[in-house]
Design a protein around this ligand. Structure first.
Ligand SMILES: NC(=O)C1=CN([C@@H]2O[C@H](COP(=O)(O)OP(=O)(O)OC[C@H]3O[C@@H](n4cnc5c(N)ncnc54)[C@H](O)[C@@H]3O)[C@@H](O)[C@H]2O)C=CC1
Ligand SMILES: N[C@@H](CC=O)C(=O)O
Ligand code: NA
Length: 431
């Protein structure tokens, strides 16, 4: 009989409890897939007394002792940086493979974790960290390893998509929908990580690193969340046949001198209702990957929640276990390209600007003049007259984000502009 592959599980919350269930559900089937029995050797939890539902002989509050025991694979589903970072580095340095869903950790410390894995020949897998159940990182890292990825864009945070979808479809309020997302197990332990865009920025950093063979950290990603999106923004978007989504956009950029850089950003975007991403509702995620030879690929599925995320964890666990049985490791990551990160201000974007202006002659010309002075060309203008004011909706062509930003600042100061009602970036509309 082949030696069992022994697994330590750290954390048993929303995702960890589903991983436990799947591991204990059908051990015979799992053994057949791996080529050896997979043995859950222990579960480290903070408060053992809070887990009467778990097999008591497996529970411990001593994660370090569990990691240092004769386990082969450590599955980490606690989250956050400390103390997890030290535990996982120690496991990897001892040749134990690590499977984690911890995007906060990966987006800051992938480099040292990957080095530790390379030195000892262990696997470091984290498919659950980005877009939950959706197989995204493995296709990017392995299936597309011979192609040249140029762009990865999509919805990678389930909680904010759940909130924005509810605001759009039922007019539900922000706070009540966030509470519901937390109850359903989508939100992070601190949900500000979701609503302020930190979670999506961490995921963008992980995606950009793998797609562009570079090391991009969360701090390199321009980040804006959805806290500033009001129901009137959603209503305004709806009246124009558009909707608002929090998008993560990672691009390979060729500079004028032929050198390359990476642009990575997370911010709310207005897209037409006809856009495929507009139909992605609830906690679902969807990601487009564009590569030179492959063209456009789309990945869609459940981006958050216990069972969907556990599916990705189990996939990684089976891969790592198979590698142990075969006596090797899976493909390593490459970060050789080391592309620099392009600042957001230089990144070309398009703006949708909605203004309340005085209803008198020459206003449109004054506003258009400010756009022209900043080198921003206008794609469309719509004007609607009211009693003493008018509303102007301007959609621009692409321009550097900093130029667009300073255009809006200057427009805000014009006497004829009563209010800048909303400013949002635009994707997916004809230039
Ligand atoms: N919930 C989701 O939909 C998804 C979560 N993730 C990631 O998976 C990880 C776990 O997430 P959830 O299960 O939702 O979190 P959770 O908060 O439900 O579970 C975390 C568990 O870790 C335990 N824990 C905390 N400190 C500990 C310590 N020092 N020792 C042992 N246990 C400790 C907590 O008591 C809790 O049971 C996080 O990194 C999260 O970002 C990734 C994708 C989706
Ligand atoms: N909080 C995250 C969970 C999955 O990564 C989200 O809402 O997407
Ligand atoms: Na995934």
């Amino acid at each position: 009989m082949t030696e069992p592959v022994k697994v330590a599980l750290l954390g048993c919350g929303t995702v960890g409890s589903e991983v436990t269930r799947m591991l204990l559900d059908d051990p015979g089937e799992l053994a057949a897939r791996v080529g050896a029995p997979v043995e859950l050797a222990g579960i480290a939890v903070r408060r053992p007394d809070k887990h009467p539902e778990l097999p008591q002989h497996l529970i411990t509050s001593d994660a370090t002792a569990l990691i240092d025991s004769d386990v082969d694979i450590v599955v980490e589903l606690i989250g956050g940086i400390d103390p997890v970072r030290g535990w996982l580095l120690s496991a990897l340095r001892k040749g134990k493979s690590v499977v984690t869903g911890n995007k906060a950790l990966l987006s800051e410390h992938a480099s040292e974790l990957a080095e530790a894995a390379d030195e000892s020949g262990a696997d470091l897998y984290y498919e659950a960290a980005v877009a939950g159940a959706i197989p995204l990182l493995r296709p990017v890292r392995e299936s597309l390893a011979g192609d040249r990825i140029t762009r990865v864009m999509g919805i990678v945070n389930g909680t904010t998509n759940f909130i924005l979808s509810a605001m759009d479809s039922t007019g539900a309020g922000y706070a009540e929908t966030l509470d519901e997302a937390t109850r359903l197990g989508y939100a992070e332990a601190d949900p500000t990580a979701d609503v302020d865009g930190y979670d999506a920025a961490s995921k963008a950093a992980i995606i950009a690193s793998l797609a562009f063979h570079s090391r991009v950290t969360a701090a390199d990603v321009h980040r804006e969340g959805i806290a500033g999106i009001s129901s009137s923004d959603i209503t305004a978007a709806k009246s124009l046949g558009r909707t608002v989504k929090l998008l993560s956009i990672c691009e390979r950029v060729t500079e004028e001198d032929g050198s390359e850089s990476v642009s990575a950003r997370v911010h709310p975007v207005m897209i037409p209702k006809s856009h495929q991403l507009a139909g992605v509702g609830g906690a679902f995620n969807a990601v487009y990957v564009e590569a030179e030879a492959a063209g456009q690929l789309m990945f869609y599925g459940q981006g958050a929640g216990g069972a969907p995320t556990a599916s990705a964890v189990l996939g990684d666990l089976v891969s790592a276990a198979r590698n142990k049985v075969a006596g090797g490791r899976g493909p390593r990551e490459s970060a050789h390209a080391a592309l620099p990160v392009r600042p957001m201000g230089q990144t070309p974007t398009r703006y949708h600007v909605s203004l309340d202006v005085a209803d008198k002659p020459g206003v449109l010309a004054q506003v258009a003049q400010v756009f022209a002075a900043h080198g921003v060309s206008i794609s469309t203008v719509r004007q609607r007259d009211r009693r003493s004011t008018a509303s102007l909706v301007v959609v621009t062509h692409q321009a550097p984000d900093a130029a667009l930003r300073s255009t809006v600042d200057e427009i805000d100061k014009l006497d004829v502009v009563r209010e800048v009602i909303s400013v949002m970036r635009v994707e997916g509309e004809a230039e």
